[in-house]
Design a protein around this ligand. Structure first.
Ligand SMILES: NC(=O)c1ccc[n+]([C@@H]2O[C@H](COP(=O)([O-])OP(=O)(O)OC[C@H]3O[C@@H](n4cnc5c(N)ncnc54)[C@H](OP(=O)(O)O)[C@@H]3O)[C@@H](O)[C@H]2O)c1
Length: 257
């Protein structure tokens, strides 16, 4: 029995993707537009959003900074003025820089929180009144397998993704009785501008297009947690079940950090 209503027919569905100027968000926007959804794309860089809207009839570019107070609420007002409803909100905006405790950078930690977590909270503030009034719709948060347990270099990033996973679980229980579905997307390594800075090996690296196909498959199956690629995400899930001592020593050995 699926947890969510399976999302298979995208014709005419109004989808808002925040974090859609590149990478996973842009590839998902393209996949949904191909299936007939009316996709509203947001991020800070206006040019790629406008290029997307120009290439996809029915699409709308809504440039904004998810970390700026009021921006997502104002964006939602524009979306409603155009479409009058919202069927799926995907929070895909994300920031990542490696941070270690031995070179702690508070400004970077706060930037991660602002974009990855507070931005998602601001999106909830913007979309919940409409979804609750509709008694329908779906909220999807892009977290990461890095949110399962602590990983080296992820002092700024990891806690934000753990927070999103927890947030999605709470939302699922709160919103089910109101007819609103919730999912959390936990990708492994995807080849995007975000990971281009990585110098370490990225096992099971996939393209944004493959990631988008996995996301659509997970939504079509009504999954709550959509994780991929399975050959990597399942290994991290298994690691997550280990006792603390074994987990710390295996991760240190595997990463050399
Ligand atoms: N790549 C991976 O291996 C991987 C793995 C697990 C999870 N993820 C997650 O997947 C999501 C997408 O990342 P990606 O890998 O596709 O990287 P990406 O191409 O760099 O995408 C990040 C998106 O977030 C947007 N963004 C960043 N700050 C923003 C802000 N303040 N306001 C609005 N939009 C903002 C960026 O656009 P602008 O710069 O134009 O604002 C961009 O569209 C992120 O949440 C990331 O943490 C990625």
């Amino acid at each position: 029995m699926p947890i969510n209503r399976p999302l298979r027919d995208w014709t005419g569905q109004v989808v808002w993707i925040v974090g859609a100027s590149s990478g996973i968000g842009l590839a998902t926007a393209e996949a949904l537009a191909r299936r007939g959804a009316k996709v509203v794309v947001s991020a800070r860089k206006a040019a790629p959003l406008e290029a997307f809207a120009a290439a996809h009839p029915g699409a709308m570019a809504l440039p904004l900074d998810a970390a700026a107070p009021g921006a997502l609420k104002a964006g939602m007002a524009q979306l409603l003025a155009r479409h009058g409803r919202l069927d799926l909100a995907l929070y895909c905006a994300g920031h990542y820089l490696p941070v270690r405790a031995t070179a702690y950078d508070l400004d970077e930690v706060i930037r991660h929180q602002d974009i990855n977590v507070t931005g998602a909270m601001r999106m909830l503030d913007a979309v919940l009144p409409t979804l609750l009034a509709q008694r329908s719709g779906h909220i999807s948060l892009v977290a990461s397998v890095a949110g399962y347990r602590g990983l080296p270099q992820a002092l700024a990033y990891g806690p934000t993704k753990a927070a999103l996973i927890n947030m999605a679980e709470v939302l699922q229980m709160d919103l089910k009785p109101s007819g609103i579905d919730v999912s959390v997307i936990n990708p492994g390594f995807v080849e995007t501008p975000l990971t281009a800075q990585n110098t370490h090996p990225m096992p099971a690296l996939i393209t944004p297009e493959v990631a988008a196909a996995e996301i659509l498959k997970g939504w079509a199956r009504g999954e709550f947690e959509v994780h991929f690629p399975k050959r990597f995400s399942r290994v991290l899930k298994l690691l997550g079940l280990l006792g603390d001592g074994l987990y710390f020593s295996l991760v240190r050995r595997a990463t050399g950090l």
